[in-house]
Design a protein around this ligand. Structure first.
Ligand code: SF4
Length: 251
């Protein structure tokens, strides 16, 4: 079965060089995405298409070399991608991360049937909780076509998610809701087209430890607790089909 992704989000690391009080992840963990996990994901799965490719963390620049490694795999396998997106905190610069994004930008544009200037977005989080970005980092990024101008903004109460440190610090006005973690059956379908079967996935999060999760907004602990499976042990098809009759139960 071929995989068709509307949104695929890959967590590069669980490390971070900040400790924002609103962070939905909780405390940082000393876990990085590895070449073995990425190899396993690309070897076990036949990826037909990725519309939105998202990268996250932790702080993505702390494991930029794995972004470049993923991009090299995508290019080698000629997997079509429509666009990419990620946010960094602006404290550190990663040459490998920018190499990877530059390659991805070039690759997407070269495959595009319509003229495009940029293939994605790189943003710096500059809300009231994050530290001020390093001017030298901004200087290095400012001329990249996919770099979004840095603007200070305020995150309203309604947009703070009730997980991790935000929950501990009482910053979110939302009730804890785990339905997005458990309702994975709503997130995929199986479609046949011209004799080929596709596993169409609306959204999937792959964590730095290889865990596959139905949603990527929660704390690391919750995501591990409600994982669907791990890319090092099974293909995505096996994970979804195996879980087909399994209802993840809220604990
Ligand atoms: S919000 Fe981002 S920068 Fe802040 S601690 Fe969490 S992962 Fe790090």
């Amino acid at each position: 079965m071929k995989l068709y992704y509307s949104k695929l989000q890959i967590e590069l690391t669980r490390r971070c060089n900040q400790s924002c009080i609103h962070c939905c992840r909780g405390n940082y963990q000393n876990i990085d995405l590895t070449e073995e996990i990425i190899d396993s994901f690309f070897e076990k799965n036949d990826i037909y298409y990725i519309s939105n490719l998202l990268f996250s963390g932790g702080e993505p620049t702390l494991n930029g070399k794995m972004l470049e490694y993923i991009v090299d795999k995508i290019i080698k396998k000629e997997i079509p991608v429509d666009m990419f997106m990620l946010s960094i905190n602006g404290l550190t610069y990663s040459k490998e991360l920018i190499n990877g994004l530059n390659k991805l930008q070039k690759y997407i544009i070269s495959k595009s049937e319509i003229p495009r200037y940029k293939a994605g977005l790189l943003m710096i989080s500059q809300d009231q909780f994050h530290k001020k970005a390093n001017k030298k980092v901004i200087e290095k990024l400012k001329d990249l076509p996919y770099f979004s101008p840095v603007e200070k903004y305020t995150i309203g109460e309604k947009n703070i998610l009730p997980y991790g440190r935000a929950l501990e610090n009482g910053l979110s006005k939302h009730q804890l809701d785990l339905s997005d973690l458990t309702n994975y059956q709503k997130n995929y379908s199986i479609k046949k087209y011209e004799g080929t079967t596709y596993l169409v996935i609306d959204y999937q999060y792959i964590s730095a430890n290889g865990n596959v999760i139905n949603n990527g907004c929660e704390s690391y602990d919750l995501m591990d607790e409600y994982t669907l499976g791990n890319v090092q042990e099974q293909s995505i098809e096996e994970i979804y089909i195996k879980n087909k009759s399994k209802k993840l139960v809220l604990k």
